[in-house]
Write a protein that binds this ligand. Structure first.
Ligand code: HEM
Length: 205
């Protein structure tokens, strides 16, 4: 097989089907709107001894931020339900994210820290990617559930009780946001370091 044939064969492999790419980019936009407006809402009643600068927040004031937050919430939840349902039904989550072996995670973290983690095969996630993607999907469920319990603590009182009450649900919501921001920084940096992976999330191949 010539180098051209190998290149042609490998470039035609579908790595991310259309539904993954559409859901992924809608999710990225919705998350940015949720976080930006969430920071502005936080500033109206901070949990900690700091506020987010208005220049990086969305909505300009509490009322505007709430409108953004509740509009993007529907996009995030509907899109998230489509992604999680298809991920489970098509077997993608099982194939791409499981199993996760702790020994493999430790080995891959060590390899990543010494810049020896291979990225040749984009169709296969290494153990670090599996942990990060599974973790961020669970964090997504957590941030929506804690958000529902502080938005409608009477109507969703079972979920609020699950978190141990309104006040704790607020902290859970905040720390889930912080985890998503941390994931986002690492995730985007890695996508830029390995541009082929970014191309695959755009074109699918
Ligand atoms: C502008 C921002 C973003 C960029 C450039 C980006 C880029 C990418 C790329 C290139 C991949 C494929 C990576 C690979 O092969 O390992 C990917 C996958 C993924 N990203 Fe992002 N991403 C962004 C935002 C987000 C956000 C905000 C989330 C969630 C909070 C997210 C969650 C995921 C997940 C769960 C996957 C795995 C999807 C699957 O295989 O089913 N991404 N992203």
């Amino acid at each position: 097989m010539t180098a051209e044939t190998i290149a042609a064969t490998t470039s035609s492999v579908t790595i991310h089907p259309g539904w993954v790419r559409v859901c992924h980019w809608i999710n990225a936009l919705a998350i940015l709107a949720m976080i930006g407006s969430g920071w502005q809402i936080y500033d109206a009643s901070p949990l900690f001894d700091f506020e987010f600068p208005r220049s990086i927040a969305l909505g300009n004031w509490l009322g505007g931020a709430l409108l953004w937050h509740f509009a993007a919430m529907w996009v995030l939840v509907v899109n998230g339900l489509v992604y999680v349902t298809l991920g489970l039904v098509t077997g993608r989550f099982r194939r791409k994210l499981l199993p996760i072996y702790p020994s493999q995670v430790i080995a891959d973290v060590k390899a990543a820290l010494t810049f020896k983690l291979a990225h040749d095969d984009l169709s296969h996630y290494n153990a670090v990617q599996k942990v990060l993607y599974t973790g961020i999907i669970i964090t997504g469920v957590l941030i929506v559930a804690s958000g529902l319990s502080i938005w409608k603590p009477v109507q969703f009182q079972e979920i609020t009780a699950f978190f141990g009450g309104y006040d704790i649900a607020r902290y859970v919501h905040f720390f889930a946001m912080a985890a998503i921001v941390a994931f986002f920084v690492v995730h985007v940096a890695l996508a830029l370091i390995v541009p082929r992976s970014l191309r695959a999330m755009v074109t699918g191949r």
